[in-house]
Write a protein that binds this ligand. Structure first.
Ligand code: ADP
Ligand code: MG
Length: 139
């Protein structure tokens, strides 16, 4: 089934000029980038986005990292896009990520791990709506 997922190329990736290389992995996997914008995430946006992790010890550090440099927010579309993107992202900790995955190829560490991808279709819809209006998504 064709579906959409939400992606962020994180500050550690934009800082190292990896937008194009990561987008190549995404497109080579058959996912279509149907919306994309480079933004500086505000502290309020980062806190809301990662609210589910607010009681975790790394929450403050995570919000700090996400607001430290520009990010690229994206909507990806394709067959089973949510699961497909999670698969090509690789495990949260790059040391545990499979060969060829974005995090294995590019991530610096478990915190600065280059990309975000939605973990469910429901969350994908909520996350997309936080950053894009429907008319900004061109499938
Ligand atoms: P994922 O991004 O793979 O869905 P989580 O939802 O568990 O992973 O965590 C959200 C983000 O929080 C991670 O991508 C990473 O940037 C950060 N994070 C997760 N676990 C840790 C940790 N143990 N130490 C530091 N940062 C972490
Ligand atoms: Mg997650």
């Amino acid at each position: 089934m064709t579906e959409r997922t939400f992606s962020i190329l994180k500050p550690d990736a934009t800082e190292r000029n990896l937008t194009g290389k990561i987008n190549a992995v995404i497109e080579d996997a058959g996912l279509r980038i149907v919306a994309q914008r480079r933004i500086r995430m505000t502290e309020a946006q980062a806190k809301t986005f990662y609210e589910v992790h607010k009681d975790r010890p790394f929450y403050g550090e995570l919000v700090g990292q996400m607001t430290s440099a520009p990010v690229v927010v994206q909507v990806l579309e394709g067959e089973n896009a949510v699961a497909k993107y999670r698969e090509i992202m690789g495990a949260t900790n790059p040391e545990q990520a499979a060969e060829g995955t974005i995090r294995k190829l590019f991530a610096k560490n478990v915190g600065e791990n280059s990309v975000h991808g939605s973990d469910s279709q429901d969350n994908a819809k909520l996350e997309i709506a936080q950053f894009f209006t429907e008319d900004q998504i061109v499938g």
